[in-house]
Write a protein that binds this ligand. Structure first.
Ligand code: 5GP
Length: 180
């Protein structure tokens, strides 16, 4: 089993690249079926979701779509700050668009809760959420439950496949879980 040591923490491989690819294709197939007749706008939440978004969007079948990016921050190291900052604001008109937010992980749901309100306020026709990982036990906002989920995870901290540890390790091809 592959392992990573980062800033005194020990991580073990949890989802292999092959397992991730399977999850991504399953999500892509469902989104393809749901959005075949629509022209969705995918809003990718930087920085973490860029890897998942890249694989997900290329796995869609027969979906005419656009993609744009937004950058928010609510996490430092392994603790949430509870405060969402818009570092790169939305640069695309979302009025009357079917929006799909693409996230790396939904944890407390604060990010999605605030982003959904933001996008609805800008006049989006619909706002759904696709995420590689979801921590159902940690969800604090009912409206942040994702519509499309790659894999559920309990409360552990994970890195890789876009997910960072203080900015590092996003480029790992697998997802690693911290070991206490
Ligand atoms: P939420 O707003 O749902 O509490 O947190 C969402 C954000 O927190 C994610 O986009 C991600 O940046 C960060 N996050 C939550 N859990 C983890 C985790 O286990 N690992 C990493 N690297 N980031 C996490």
């Amino acid at each position: 089993m592959r392992t990573i040591d980062e800033q005194g923490y020990h991580f073990e491989e949890w989802l292999t690249p092959e397992a991730i690819a399977k999850d991504v294709q399953q999500v892509a197939d469902i989104i393809s079926a749901d959005y075949k007749e629509k022209e969705p706008l995918f809003v990718v939440v930087l920085n973490g979701a860029f890897v998942f978004a890249s694989d997900l969007l290329r796995a869609l079948k027969d979906v005419r779509c656009e993609v744009t990016f937004i950058r928010v921050s609510s996490y430092y190291g392994m603790r949430t700050t509870g405060q969402l900052q818009f570092i790169v604001p939305l640069q695309q008109v979302v009025e009357n668009r079917d929006v799909v937010i693409v996230e790396d992980i939904v944890d407390t749901g604060l990010t999605i809760h605030q982003l959904k309100a933001h996008l609805r306020g800008l006049g989006a026709s619909s706002v759904k959420v696709a995420t590689m990982l979801f921590k159902p036990e940690k969800l604090e906002y009912d409206d942040a439950k994702p519509d499309y989920i790659g894999h559920e995870i309990s409360e552990e901290f994970v890195i890789g496949y876009g997910l960072d540890f203080d900015g590092f390790e996003r480029n790992l091809d697998a997802i690693y879980k911290v070991k206490e």
